[in-house]
Structure formats: C-alpha cells, structure tokens
Design a protein around this ligand. Sequence first.
Ligand SMILES: Cc1cc2nc3c(=O)[nH]c(=O)nc-3n(C[C@H](O)[C@H](O)[C@H](O)COP(=O)(O)O)c2cc1C
Length: 309
Amino acid sequence: MTDSKHILQTRLGSVELLNPVIPASGTFGFGEEMAKQYDLNCLGAISFKGTTREARYGNPLPRIAECGNYGMINAVGLQNPGIEEVLLNQLPMLERLYGGPIIANVSGFSIEDYQYVCQRLDDRERVRIIEVNISCPNVHNGGMAFGTTAEAAAEVTRAVRKVTTKPIYIKLSPNVTDIVSIARACVEAGADGLCLINTVLGMRIDIRRRQPVIANRYGGYSGKGIFPIALRMVNQVAVALNGQVPIIGCGGIETAEDVVEMMMAGASAVEIGAANLHNPMVCPYIIERLPILLKELKIEKIEDIIGCC
Ligand SMILES: Cc1cc2nc3c(=O)[nH]c(=O)nc-3n(C[C@H](O)[C@H](O)[C@H](O)COP(=O)(O)O)c2cc1C
C-alpha cells in the first residue's frame, strides 16, 4: 500500500503538489484572512487574486447576487491593488504565510497589459505558475473578450509566452460554443496548461423592484450549480488534447467526491472558488476527507484516476 503521505500527491507539469486542492483566484485574496482560520500549508497550491497593471476599484454595488444552494453571481470586476503593490506587499505576505507553489492569476485589458504583468512576475521565484485569465465576464473591453475566440486566445498566449519563462496556464471561459477549439489554439500557441472553467454568465432580478439584482445587470455564476458544466468542459478538452498539457479543473467543487469526479474527467488538480466564501474551512476539510474516500473507492494514488473517463 502507498504511504498515506503520497496518496494525494499530484503534479502540474514540473510543479509538484502535496495534494490537488487549490483555492481559486478571487475567493481567497492573498491568503491573509484565511490564514486566521487554518494553516495554509495544507493546501496543494494557492491561486491569488486576479492582478492587473493598474489598481482597480471594481464595479458599482451591488455586485453579488445569492442563488440559494446553487451558488452565487458576482460582478466584482477585478478589484485589485495593481501589480506594483502586489509585488511590494501582497506577494511577500503570501510567501510568509505559505511555503507551497503560488499561482499568479493575471488579467488585462490589452495584450500589452497582460505582457507587462507577466514580465513583472517573471523573476519571483515562489510564483511557480502564471494563470492568465482571459475569461472574466465582469469587465468591458477586456477579460472575457480575449477568451471567446480561438484567434484572440492564441494571441494572448503567444504574447505572454514571449515575456516569461514560467509555466503559463490559460484560464478559459465557459461562455463559448466550442471550448475545444479555444483550448487547442492556446496549446498550439505555447500554453503549458489550462484552467477551466471561469464563471458562467448569469442574471437575477429583484421582482419587487423590477430591477436586476446586480448593478452591472449580468455577472458570473459560480458554485454548486455549474459543476456539471465544468465537468463536461474539462472532459471535452481532456479527451481532445489527450494528455498534451495538464488541466486544472474548476467550477462548483464543494466535496471530496467532486474532486475525485473532476480528476476522473481529466483534471490533474482542482480549484475551489465560491465554496470558500460560505465555508472558509472547505479546503482543509476536503483534504482531510480525500484519503478516506480514496480508500473506500480502492484507489491507491489519486494520480491514477486522472482522465480515466
Ligand atoms: C467573488 C469572485 C471573484 C473572482 N475573481 C476572479 C479573478 O480575479 N480571476 C479569475 O481568474 N477568476 C476569478 N473568479 C472565478 C473563480 O476563480 C472560479 O473560476 C469560478 O468562480 C468557478 O469556480 P467555483 O464554482 O468553485 O466558484 C472569481 C469568482 C468569484 C466568486
């Protein structure tokens, strides 16, 4: 029988992870609040808040709409302190709180923005992967605009490939008709891996006020309700790419069972987003529960199940 320490080990290319559980960008800040709840060193990796060239205050309020047990809609709009402040204070703080692999989530409004932020991160040793978000539905003239055609997705990938030696993972949007062609275009343009999915475009209406709940009208739907969509898209891409690059599966994951399902669909690791917001202990809970579940399922090592479906 495999040593219990190794049961959960997985890898994203050359980056080794203690376990496949990663808090998703935008739901974990730079770790400071969560570190008051638990020791972050139990996590497989951490993806920090989407960072842009300049600081951003985000969208007008209200920018969150609850959707009962199914999840939530957000239109935060990439609120972040900007790359210089991240390099000066936020990243060093995260590095003090956490000794494992850091994933830098990057966003932009032009190709040059993406290049600038990636270049600024290039010499930061503890950043092991750059996750390029081309899928934010909550900002105009940027974010998702790059993620909805294969040509634009490839252009961003090629551009960031030129300015950094770090592994580049492109974070894909589900708001497309053909996810496989976009995934393929990114890999052909030099992506080392993919992360999918970001939020699904959604809306809620306040029936008493006859107004959209979210000031921005539409937002990104995340949480439990999107799990089957995320699973289907991860599987479509995994089958089409046949192991060419590792995939981080994301969307609606809340339990150890969901992690196993997502890895069977083709993910080498998973990101957990909205679930952190209603249960800050969800990640350590899943990490504790996973070995028990694997034993029940007679799985010796979690890596053995990747893409088995
Ligand atoms: C409040 C909030 C903020 C988010 N901010 C970002 C971000 O800055 N960059 C990014 O790539 N994804 C962002 N996301 C998307 C998540 O990382 C994740 O892809 C998505 O929520 C689906 O996963 P989930 O269903 O587990 O939440 C955000 C999600 C939420 C709920």
